[in-house]
Design a protein around this ligand. Structure first.
Ligand code: HDD
Length: 682
């Protein structure tokens, strides 16, 4: 490949540049390029007369507007994306011939879209749901899409059940409620009648379903894929994304409140982090199982309701993705991006997982209706950065002007080109797996254990995580109107853990099951968020400041927080400047009403000696709610009175003291822990 066509970290950005348009400062024209002289009044027969058909500017403007919307994604409609770069740590040539993994330090542009699954395009983001985590690698050998989720297991084993599962979880058809929620009868009715859902439901009821940030969750390719090396040797592989900030979650009460206070909470967080230069990073990890070991495990590798415990099959970290650029236009990029689990490059191939096999059909099919025809690969965001040539022609919105007489293969007139490339020359060769069998509609016996890994997940949770799961079940089933739905669900989950199911049963008015699983079997400590990476970096602290605050000391605390990469926002009674005792000034970022304690990771109360009654009331609310959500609370000087009034002193994660002393260091240590579950909350 010559220098000009070499693919690097900036290749996609350079390609997109050809399509960008800056309208500011330009003359207004029609789409035909004709300058427009008036854009406020339609053309009429007399000032008070009817509008005239010949008003081409009105017609064009209105027609375009009338056609602005496209169908939202049937699932994952609500999403947000960013550009970035993937860098390989080392060569994986011994495992795969995929070139983007073949060389230490090799950089490949990527585009990542995070999403919720069930909600419509405008729904709230902090709902209880799986999060999509879809990555498009623009490699020199074509686009590779890793279309994953933030949970390693799926709800069903065979793609033929996907429409049923999605119908069950989406709003109920007779009244279109509830929006972006699984807490309703049809989902739980589906669950009890399709018990392969057990393991994924345990994840959905856990804290993983409430990520604090898209930046603070892991991603999973879910299925077993194949790596194939240049010698044709195949290994099964599972892909894992590991956030360098660790995996952290909201609590349910907080998540519900954020849905009202800031329905864009997760996208705002991602957008602002990138704008601030706090680029989200995820390491790519692979779990490898040699083909000959396929049957050595107590689960079937082809079953997407099973994870590969990392204590048994370790994760090898092979590279890092950094998201470093927000999109220019959400519709053009985030909405029109078309992912496909079947977009692979030489060196990556499929397994026979029946869920994956069905996905290979569904993704192109859905893009045809969503993006209006077969040319969606020509949209700027979807174009590969390497050249592409074939004999496909025409269709709605075709942009490529294919020159020449020939559009068929084989041909003589164009010297039989474009010509297939041999595998040695980079042509994709499907892995030659030996197959034999009868055509059957059946589920393999090895897919029939639905509860062992669900129980492993439960057994691996810390005490607070278990409590949250019980609360989640109690909320979700409590929202189901039909008693039989609640009863069937608790009876089913007794197979995961009897005590858990009995507690939930009592909470939701069902009959506690008498028998079930009481064994504490296998555990996988890596599944507990207690064991995740903990860092204060990029956490957001709300600081309550009133006029006359202790400015010198507070400035020192701010410096200490910022030095550790924390974000500080000043909250006060009114917008404008807030002035300290010694004349130091800070600009207020938010008033008590435009912000809210649920939007911060920690609250630092300072106040001042002479705050108003309203200030005092709001400060007490901020501190109290942060405390109830197990967040770190810090107070110095006059801020202490709200801590004392609420009897919070000495509780875990409540840091008081002099801003001159060890306060800042102690407060940062408390923030590093994320939440203080050992706190006594009434
Ligand atoms: Fe899917 C979208 C992830 C099973 C059919 N899926 C979609 C997206 C993600 C996933 C992240 C959003 C991509 C984007 O941001 O544009 N899907 C998964 C995972 C699955 C899974 C991790 C199981 C391991 N999906 C799955 C099955 C089917 C589909 C079994 C159907 C047979 N998925 C679709 C779809 C979507 C989609 C209907 C809707 C919008 C789109 O594709 O582009 O084709």
């Amino acid at each position: 490949m010559d220098k000009k066509t070499k693919i690097g970290a900036d290749s996609k950005d350079e390609q997109l540049e050809q399509f960008r348009s800056d309208d500011a400062g330009k003359d207004l024209t029609t789409n035909q390029g004709v300058k427009v002289s008036e854009d406020e009044f339609s053309l009429k027969a007399g000032e008070r007369g009817p509008t005239l058909m010949e008003d081409f500017h009105f017609r064009e403007k209105m027609t375009h507007f009338d056609h602005e919307r496209i169908p939202e994604r049937v699932v994952h409609a609500r999403g947000y994306a960013a550009h970035g770069v993937f860098e390989a740590y080392d060569s994986l040539e011994h495992l795969t011939k995929a070139k983007f993994l073949s060389e230490k330090g090799k950089k490949t542009p990527v585009f990542v879209r995070f999403s919720t699954v069930a909600g419509s395009r405008g729904s709230a983001e902090t709902v209880r749901d799986v999060r999509g985590f879809a990555t498009k690698f623009y490699t020199e050998e074509g686009n590779y899409d890793l279309v994953g989720n933030n949970m390693p297991v799926f709800f069903i084993q065979d793609a033929i059940k996907f429409p049923d599962f999605v119908h069950a979880v989406k709003p109920e058809p007779h009244n279109e409620m509830p929006q972006a929620a699984s807490a309703h009868d049809t989902l739980w009715d589906f669950v009890a009648h399709n018990q392969e859902t057990a393991h994924a439901i345990m994840w959905l009821m856990s804290d993983r379903a409430l990520p604090r940030s898209f930046r603070m969750m892991d991603g999973f390719g879910v299925h077993a894929f194949r790596f194939v090396n240049a010698e044709g040797k195949s290994h099964f592989v599972k892909f894992n994304w590991k956030s360098t900030l660790g995996v952290h979650s909201l609590v349910w009460d907080e998540a519900q409140k954020i849905s009202g206070k800031d329905p864009d909470f997760n996208r705002r967080d991602l957008y602002e982090a990138i704008e601030n230069g706090d680029y989200p990073e995820f390491e790519l990890g692979v779990q490898i199982i040699p083909e000959e070991d396929e049957h050595k495990f107590d689960f079937d590798l082809l079953d997407a309701t099973k994870l590969w415990p990392q204590e048994e099959i370790p994760i090898q970290i092979v590279g890092k993705m950094t998201l470093n650029r927000n999109v220019d236009n959400v519709f053009a990029e985030t909405e029109q991006v078309a992912f496909h689990a079947g977009h692979v490059v030489p060196g990556i191939d499929f397994s026979n997982d029946p869920l994956l096999q069905g996905r290979l059909f569904s993704y192109t099919d859905t893009q045809l209706i969503r993006l209006g025809g077969p040319n969606f690969h020509e949209l700027p965001i979807n174009r590969p950065v390497c050249p592409f040539h074939n004999n496909q022609r025409d269709g709605y919105g075709r942009q490529t002007i294919n020159r020449g007489q020939v559009s068929y293969h084989k041909n003589g007139l164009a010297n039989n080109t474009p010509a297939p490339a041999s595998p040695a020359d980079g042509g994709f060769e499907h892995y030659q797996e030996k197959m034999e069998g009868r055509k059957v509609r059946a589920r393999s016996e090895s897919f029939k254990d639905h509860f062992s890994q669900a129980a492993m997940f439960w057994n691996s949770m810390s005490a607070p995580e278990k409590e949250h799961i019980i609360e989640a079940f109690s909320f979700e089933l409590g929202k189901c109107k039909e008693k039989v739905v609640r009863q069937n669900a608790v009876d089913m989950f007794a197979n995961v853990n009897l005590e858990m199911a009995q507690t939930v049963a009592k909470n939701v008015g069902a009959v506690p099951p008498e028998s079930g699983n009481t064994e504490i079997g296998k555990t996988s400590p890596a599944l507990s968020q207690e064991n995740t990476i903990k860092t204060p970096a990029t956490r957001k602290v709300g600081v309550l400041l009133g006029d006359g605050f202790e400015d010198k000391e507070v400035s020192k605390v701010f410096d200490a927080l910022k030095a550790k990469g924390l974000q500080v926002e000043i909250v006060s009674e009114m917008q404008g400047m807030v002035t300290g005792k010694n004349g130091g000034e800070f600009e207020v970022d938010h008033t008590f009403t435009t912000a809210d304690p649920v939007l911060y990771d920690a609250i630092y109360a300072v106040g001042s000696a002479s705050v108003s009654r309203k200030f005092a009331k709001e400060a007490a609310r901020y501190v109290g709610e942060a405390f109830d959500h197990y967040k770190p609370v810090g107070a110095t000087h006059d801020g202490m009175k709200w801590i004392e009034a609420a009897h919070m002193q000495g509780q875990p994660g409540v840091i008081t003291g002099s801003a001159d002393g060890s306060f800042a260091a102690d407060f940062i240590a408390a923030i590093t822990k994320h939440r203080h579950w050992d706190r006594q909350v009434e």
